[in-house]
Design a protein around this ligand. Structure first.
Ligand code: AHR
Length: 492
């Protein structure tokens, strides 16, 4: 097998928004309770936050964190989750059919974000909630005037405003499973009115519209109608997707090649959304950019609510997570936020028990990409071996992206070898500049594509590092089968 990756460091696609390494925490299963928040645990700090989980999440460097849902938000009353804990109500929660004690709410979440170094991103209830409630929540969080809601926040111990910048209006309103499912026209009206009063409450906020999660043929019309009716009020167009190695989420059941070809579907969803936004922005003479926020994405196909969505990830899932970041980097011009769903226990890179935790396979590509990503995405050309599936022919075995840091001295190349059995000899070539010394290669791999990390074998899939010298305009490296390789190169 041989491949050629050709990089011109001057062919910059766009700056990379660090928010593509965002996270998402929902009141669902053990994400909040027993995940990030577990008062009484030997691992908990004085606020009940699991310090072991916090330390692991810090390694992922998530600049933004979406909360409190998800489907959960469409039945959420923010007032239930503020004030003295003993007075907070326990509610029947209808999105996931659970009981919600509300002992974790807005202020606990903001404190958690501050500890983590993430910007909070709150989604408001556009399901069974209303715009008054949304606007009050914003005033409670960000208000500076001497109002009753601001006094309430201060009474709750938060003198300074939380300054929450990102606000989503609704969640997956296109899905019949949602409390308060809406037609595109209904949502466009609701969105516009919520946005109006929320901006009047705090003009500095950024608003995200919930566009697509159900990729049925009508998604195209939905985005178009949303643009037509509400574009002026939209700061980000939010889309969701989940993929998996099965017929429902992918194209085939347990077919490695088809699973790896999911990159094509991600390209379609991103390019399609970009195209509609662009066409409508031009038709409307819009005058501001509307970037995409993939504010829920991940592999999710094995477990459903009985399993509280506690997916156990294997190596092939880790390759798919890496391909997501490659796609976000290649689409850096439009994708300005992405939030892995979710952060702990629920379809997450971290799995806890009361005693400890395990870092799942998907933790490793996430950490590698967020730690090494430069600030500019490069337009990479690559060629080489190909593979086919029942749906596609001639797909390149490698899935590639690259970034550069601002002084232009560090080039990072991301390579996923999608061959199950074959190593790939790969030449990395620069068309301008040269390699000037050290290359650090970090490889995510494990014994088999089905390898998983468990409490007994926590490091079955992990990262190995190796450094070598490269001088001149090219070097050749052998990529292991079913692996993710990140090359951190000094260049001039
Ligand atoms: O992340 C799990 C669920 O997936 C979210 O609650 C919902 O928005 C999506 O369907």
């Amino acid at each position: 097998m041989s491949n050629r990756v050709v990089i011109d460091p001057q062919r910059v696609i766009a700056p990379i928004d660090p928010n593509v390494f965002g996270g998402f925490a929902e009141h669902l299963g053990r994400c909040i309770y027993g995940g990030i928040y577990e008062p009484g645990s030997p691992h908990a700090d004085d606020d009940g936050i699991r310090t072991d989980v916090l330390a692991a999440l810090k390694r992922l460097r998530m600049p933004v964190m979406r909360y409190p849902g998800g489907n959960y938000v469409s039945g959420y009353r923010w007032r239930d989750g503020v004030g003295p804990k003993e007075e907070r109500p326990t509610r029947m929660e209808l999105a996931w059919h659970d009981l919600e004690p509300n002992t974790f709410g807005t202020n606990e979440f903001v404190d958690f974000c501050r500890k983590l170094g993430s910007e909070p991103y709150l989604a408001v209830n556009a399901g069974d909630g209303d715009m008054r409630e949304a606007r009050d929540w914003l005033e409670y969080c960000n208000g500076t005037k001497d109002t009753t809601l601001v006094k309430l926040r201060k009474q709750h111990g938060y003198e300074a405003p939380h300054d929450v910048k990102y606000w989503g209006i609704g969640n997956e309103v296109d899905g019949p499973w949602q409390i308060g499912f809406k037609t595109p026209e209904e949502y466009a009206r609701v969105y516009t009115e919520y946005a109006k009063v929320m901006r009047w409450t705090d003009p500095s906020i950024k608003l995200l519209a919930s566009a697509v999660s159900l990729w049925s043929p009508s998604w195209v019309e939905r985005v178009q109608l949303l643009m037509e009716h509400a574009a002026k009020q939209i700061d980000y167009m939010a889309i969701h997707w989940y993929v998996g190695n099965n017929r429902e989420r992918g194209y085939r059941d347990d077919d490695f090649a088809s699973y790896m070809a999911i990159s094509e579907r991600m390209e379609d969803m991103l390019s399609g959304t970009e195209g509609i936004i662009r066409a409508m922005s031009s038709a409307l003479k819009l005058g501001h950019d509307i970037p995409i926020a993939v504010d829920e994405w991940n592999v999710w196909y094995r477990v459903h609510n009985e399993g509280k969505l506690e997916e156990i990830y294997n190596l092939e899932d880790a390759l798919v997570v890496a391909m997501h970041f490659n796609a976000f980097i290649r689409h850096a011009k439009s994708v300005k936020m992405a939030n892995i769903a979710q952060i702990v226990n629920v379809i997450a890179p971290i799995l806890t028990t009361p005693e400890g935790m395990v870092l799942q396979t998907i933790f490793h590509p996430f950490e590698l990409y967020s730690r090494t990503c430069g600030d500019s995405a490069l337009d990479v050309h690559w060629s080489g071996d190909t593979f086919s599936t029942p749906e596609f022919t001639g797909l390149r075995v490698l899935d590639v992206s690259a970034t550069l840091d601002t002084p232009g001295k560090r080039l990072t190349v991301y390579l996923v070898n999608r061959s199950r059995d074959e190593a790939g000899e790969t030449t990395i070539e620069l068309t301008q500049g040269r390699f000037t010394g050290s290359v650090k290669a970090s490889v995510v791999n494990g014994p088999d594509i089905k390898s998983v990390n468990t409490f007994e074998t926590p490091d079955a899939v992990g990262v190995r590092e190796q450094t070598f010298d490269a001088d001149g305009t090219s070097f050749t490296i052998t990529l292991e089968p079913h692996s993710v390789t990140v090359l951190d190169c000094d260049v001039a």
